[in-house]
Design a protein around this ligand. Structure first.
Ligand code: TYM
Length: 333
């Protein structure tokens, strides 16, 4: 039987964070065994925000090396950069014509991203979910591993695909389903009401997979601590968002259930919990960084993987574009 297709992507708007790792990347290597996996560096998504060109190029290649360092095997999975496969933007334009303005202005992420912009809101911010739908639909994807924050975008992708299929009364696109690893959202270390994000201007709010042990130590030590007297350690996102976030990180990195973690720390103080969190993060990240340092030295190899990946991805994407052209009545040569 043909394996189902998995598509997922991370934006190179910064170095991959512990949140991205726990939310999706950690699970990507496991999926390779049962699915045909396509893992993309979503660079076109990142230019919806202001970027520093030099740093952006570095982040793109660092993130490719990080995919490999997290055991994404290029012999099993396709690894490629979004802008290297022209069909993404091509399909995006077409799907623009099948999406309503209200559907885009209702997106929570759009609303929060434009909160502090008073004029000159670039249209990329609005269209972003259509580009994401194009990424997914081009490959006839069955499953999309994402964190909770992307579910609304995925629902819109499904809606657009269903609408398109209905208009032409043909199954042009497969209808994708989300694959929520565990649904855990890792929060900012300095403000646990906000998601941990690689583009946060406060560098202490996130752990990047390339942080050194000293930085990790400093960031966790400084992380938001809930005030209660006497300080108790248990999981309750509303009452104790800071401690709950640290417990969630521990539970994900150790693979232990939250109830077991709570038991282990019930009579301990915050400082002891933080030291444990530091140790587990450092252990996880040092293995990744060991691989990273090897890949990073081999630019030719990284470029070879990317060329090979985009060639393979293009082959699949072209098939969908051809179907779309034909059904719409565009002339395909
Ligand atoms: P991005 O780059 O913000 O995040 C990549 C993936 O990581 C998840 N994630 C988190 N999970 C848990 N805790 C967090 N703090 C956390 N932060 C991020 C996200 O849910 C996401 O799955 N638009 C996407 C990239 C994208 C994409 C796609 C994803 C472009 N095209 C097609 C899937 C399919 C984004 O900005 O992800």
């Amino acid at each position: 039987m043909k394996k189902s297709i998995v598509f997922s992507a991370i934006q190179p708007s910064g170095v991959i964070t512990l949140g991205n790792y726990i939310g999706v990347l950690k699970n990507w290597k496991i999926l390779q065994n049962n699915y045909n996996c396509i893992y993309c560096i979503a660079d076109m998504h990142s230019i919806t925000n202001k970027i520093n060109p030099k740093l952006f190029k570095k982040n793109i290649m660092d993130n490719v090396a990080l995919y490999l360092s997290c055991n994404i095997n290029p012999k099993k999975s396709i690894i490629f950069i979004q802008s290297h496969v022209k069909y993404h933007t091509q399909l995006c334009w077409i799907l623009n014509c099948f999406t309503y303005l209200g559907e885009l202005t209702r997106m929570t992420q759009f609303k929060s991203k434009i909160k502090n912009i008073f004029n000159k809101i670039n249209l990329g911010l609005l269209n972003y979910p259509i580009l994401m739908a194009s990424d997914i639909l081009l490959y006839q994807t069955n499953k999309v591993p994402v964190g909770k924050d992307q579910i609304q975008h995925l629902e819109l992708s499904k809606k657009i695909a269903k609408r398109f299929n209905k208009i032409y009364n043909k199954k042009i696109f497969n209808i994708p389903e989300p694959l929520l690893n565990n649904g855990n959202k890792i929060m900012s270390l300095s403000n646990p009401k906000k998601k941990m994000s690689k583009s946060d201007i406060n560098k202490n709010s996130f752990i990047s997979l390339l942080d050194d042990p000293k930085k990790i130590h400093k960031k966790i030590k400084k992380s938001f601590t809930d005030i209660d007297n006497p300080p108790k350690i248990y999981y309750d996102i509303k009452k104790k968002p800071g401690i709950s976030n640290l417990l969630l990180i521990l539970s994900n990195l150790t693979g232990k259930k939250m109830s077991i973690i709570e038991k282990e720390f019930e009579n301990q103080n915050y400082s002891y919990l933080k030291i444990n969190v530091i140790n587990y993060i450092t252990d996880t990240i040092s293995d990744i960084q060991h691989n990273f340092n090897i890949y990073k030295k081999n630019k030719d190899f990284l470029e070879y993987i990317l060329k090979y990946g985009s060639k393979k991805a293009s082959k699949y994407a072209k098939k969908t574009i051809e179907k779309v052209y034909n059904v719409i009545g565009l002339y395909y040569l």
